[in-house]
Each structure stands twice: as C-alpha cells, then as structure tokens.
Design a protein around this ligand. Structure first.
Ligand code: GDP
Ligand code: ZN
Length: 299
C-alpha cells in the first residue's frame, strides 16, 4: 500500500502522485465509503496493480473541502490584488480573507503590479503603506510583487514549499501571469486552459494540482474561491473570521454580542479608538446583513 496525493480527476480516472515523484493512474475501489468521491488534493492510500495502474483504497481525513472549484486539503490561498488597474477592492479582499478563515485555509495577501506604483506619487505610496501596515497588524503577510518584472516572486515560490496552494482574486489582477512565473514548466498550458474557461467551455473541468517544488508542494492550475457568498458562515461565528474583531470580542459584555448596537461592545469601542480599521468593521457588518438575508430567505 502506498500513500499519495490525488492531483487530477478526469474521465473517472484519478492521477495520484506517490513517493519517488511517480504518478499512478487510479480507479477507486468499488467499496469506498459512500459519498467519498476522490477530489484533487485528497490524500489517499493506493494499491499498485500488475498492469501499472492503481486502486484507491481509502481517502484519508480531509482538512477542508472547497467548492467551485472542488478541491480538498488546501493549506493556503494567495489572494491576489492590485492597487490600480484594477483599483483595490477592499470589500472583496475582506470577503476572501473571511472565507479563507472560515474554510481553515491560511490566507496571504499578494499585491501585484508593483512596477506600476513603484514610481507613483508620494500620496499613493503613503496610502499603500498605511493599507499594508493595517493588514499586517491584523496578522496577514503582504507580498508586493510584479509578474511583469519578476520582482518579489522568489519569496512567493518559497511559500509554496510543502503546501497545497490556490490563488484567488478578481479578474485582471494578474493571476494567470503569476501562475506562469510560479510554474514556468506548465505555463503555456495554463494560459490555454484559462482562456477556455473564460470562454465558458469545460465548465465542469476539475482543478489540476501542478507540482510547485520539491516533495509534496502543489499549486492549483486555476483560481479557487470563485463562489464568494458568505452564506455558509454562521452569523454568530462571523467575528471569528476577522482576527482583530475576534480578539476584541472577548471583552464584549455579552457572549452573543454581534457588535452592532449592543451595550458595552468592545469591538465598537476599538473601532472608535482606531484600533480596528473602520473599513474592516464596515465589511463585517455588510457580511452580517448578507448572512441574515440569506437566512430569512431559507425559511
Ligand atoms: P487574471 O485575469 O487575474 O488572470 O490577470 P492576467 O494575468 O490575465 O493579467 C491581466 C493584465 O494585467 C494583462 O494585460 C497582464 O499583462 C497585466 N499584468 C499582469 N501582471 C502585471 C504586472 O505585474 N505589472 C503590470 N504592469 N501588468 C501586469
Ligand atoms: Zn461586541
């Protein structure tokens, strides 16, 4: 029996990477537990057959399960953003951060197109600096990179080692360009694939994991978190998806405080005292009302 990683799903076959950089084309055993369809990212026990193919005998417990596109055991997400072209969308950034926290995926913020603002006016540089400090203070690492010049790409490459990584971010921020930098071997193919996806073909295609370094290092070949609804988040736990709000909420008078208009709310106090960035708090409220609306529609 070998342990491996499912990296590709196609026509009822599963490609499993096993020790020694080998790939085994596998079928699942007939009596895999019900509902256990292998997905890219799954860690599996496989048996090699005499004909060189394999059988997936068991799916090991999953760390998480992302939908649309479906994949499992995602360790980290690179949230790609730009300051301009397109303009930074803080609401979208906070949404992706909150969803990553909820799904137990470690988020990293990547500010791409640094070549565009390296020479920008002082006030633009200062605004970027403030933004960066605010998010670092929450605990997020921020990488400034340029997929045009290659600046800052090396530290990103090191981040991929030993992890399963997915990228996310709005269209036009440079996800495909970054993928080409991080996975030069697979580059051409990725460009072609994402072009097909843009044209709406192959919509049921699964993510493929591409080797992104030594050993068990993988990067999904297309962006994740394409479903950006916060509906799946429990409203009582939304504050746990904002690390700085979670931290302050321990000092709220009521355990069930939603930090809207309750008395003695430590979160609102921290916003007033500028210890929590106001835009983050506003997005928290925005997501809270979205979750409420979807709850109301459910009944
Ligand atoms: P995606 O939609 O997120 O996959 O973005 P693309 O990779 O298709 O890039 C969108 C556009 O931004 C293309 O015209 C790229 O050439 C350009 N672009 C990507 N990265 C950079 C960068 O670092 N600097 C500059 N100036 N342009 C970039
Ligand atoms: Zn509160």
């Amino acid at each position: 029996m070998l342990q491996g990683r499912v990296v590709k799903v196609y026509n009822e076959w599963y490609r499993v990477a096993v020790v020694g950089d080998r790939m085994l084309e596998c079928k699942p055993r007939g009596r895999l537990r019900k509902g256990q369809t292998p997905l890219p990212g799954d860690r599996a026990m496989v048996e090699e057959l005499a004909d060189g193919t394999g059988v997936i005998c068991e799916i090991l417990p999953r760390r998480n399960l992302l939908l649309r596109p479906a994949m499992t055991n995602v360790d980290q997400v690179l949230i790609i953003q730009t300051w301009q072209s397109p303009a930074m969308n803080l609401s979208l950034l906070d949404r992706m951060l909150a969803l990553a926290e909820w799904e137990n995926v470690r988020p990293y913020i990547v500010l791409n197109k640094s070549d565009l603002y390296a020479e920008a006016e002082e006030h633009v540089r200062a605004a970027i600096q403030r933004w960066r400090q605010d998010y670092q203070q929450v605990g997020y690492d921020v990488f400034e990179v340029s997929s045009k010049t290659g600046d800052g790409i090396e530290p990103l490459k090191r981040l991929l080692e030993g992890k399963v990584t997915v990228m996310a971010g709005p269209s036009g921020v440079g996800k495909s360009s970054l993928l080409n930098h991080l996975l030069p071997q697979a580059g051409q193919r990725i460009g072609e694939l994402s072009e097909k996806i843009r044209r709406g073909k192959h919509t049921t295609r699964h993510v493929e994991l591409i080797r992104a370094g030594e050993g068990d290092s993988w990067l999904a070949d297309s962006p994740g978190f394409s479903r950006l609804s916060v509906d799946s988040i429990d409203k009582q736990q939304l504050d746990t998806c904002f690390p700085e709000i979670r931290q302050e909420s321990e000092h709220c008078r009521f355990r069930s405080c939603l930090h809207e208009h309750e008395p003695d709310c430590a979160v609102m106090r921290a916003v007033d005292e500028e210890r929590i960035r106001r835009s983050r708090y506003e997005h928290y409220l925005e997501f809270l009302s979205e979750i409420r609306r979807s709850e109301e529609n459910r009944y």
